[in-house]
Design a binder for this molecule. Sequence first.
Ligand SMILES: CC(C)(COP(=O)(O)OP(=O)(O)OC[C@H]1O[C@@H](n2cnc3c(N)ncnc32)[C@H](O)[C@@H]1OP(=O)(O)O)[C@@H](O)C(=O)NCCC(=O)NCCS
Length: 198
Amino acid sequence: MHLEGFPRPLTLRDGTALTVRPVKAGDQPALLAFYREMPREDRLFLKDDVTTESWADRFIRRIERSEALSLVAETGGQIVAEATLYRPQHGWSVHVGELRVAVAPSHRRKGLATALAGMLVKLATDQGADKIVVEVVENQVPALRIFTRLGFQREAVLRGHVKDIGGARRDLLILSNDVSHIWAAMEALVADSSPEVH
Ligand SMILES: CC(C)(COP(=O)(O)OP(=O)(O)OC[C@H]1O[C@@H](n2cnc3c(N)ncnc32)[C@H](O)[C@@H]1OP(=O)(O)O)[C@@H](O)C(=O)NCCC(=O)NCCS
């Protein structure tokens, strides 16, 4: 899909140069390579089994139907991060977007997740969303930190909703934020610590 302003170069805190672009049809093999490389315990923090071809095909179809907007960060033709905003096209929650983000271990702690989340929040705002939610498992400390720093607050807890790698049941936290608040927090963060976005 075409998105105004993309592909876009992104330089991380340590100088790593990446390109950020929207996911398109034909990206299935690159997405699967990215997710299959990710440690299993990290993938279990994602709702879907992102290692199967059927997931990749369904995901691309959702993008083509505008039910999802996904950005990838690439270097040397390889995907190193993926962030998605899910947007229902019908019904009483058309104003709500759901965000998720995943970064390859080699590119973590450089502000990449924060930068991609910021870009998606901006795109969501441009497209009329006024509330963003994110689902985080209770022990998912990095994600909790990132989204709390972005101004998200705990709105609901679904008890024992997720089974972890050892079969233990974990609480699922629903964090949410009004876009007006999150955008103010983003601007402060971008000024402080996030990677340079050209
Ligand atoms: C969560 C995840 C996306 C973070 O990606 P990232 O690019 O490393 O995140 P950022 O560099 O933007 O981190 C921003 C802040 O989050 C916090 N953070 C990130 N990783 C952390 C960790 N392992 N431990 C503690 N805090 C962490 C820090 O406060 C960090 O800022 P700092 O580096 O200036 O201290 C990545 O670890 C990942 O893909 N995990 C597996 C999938 C997942 O959990 N996705 C979230 C579901 S929505």
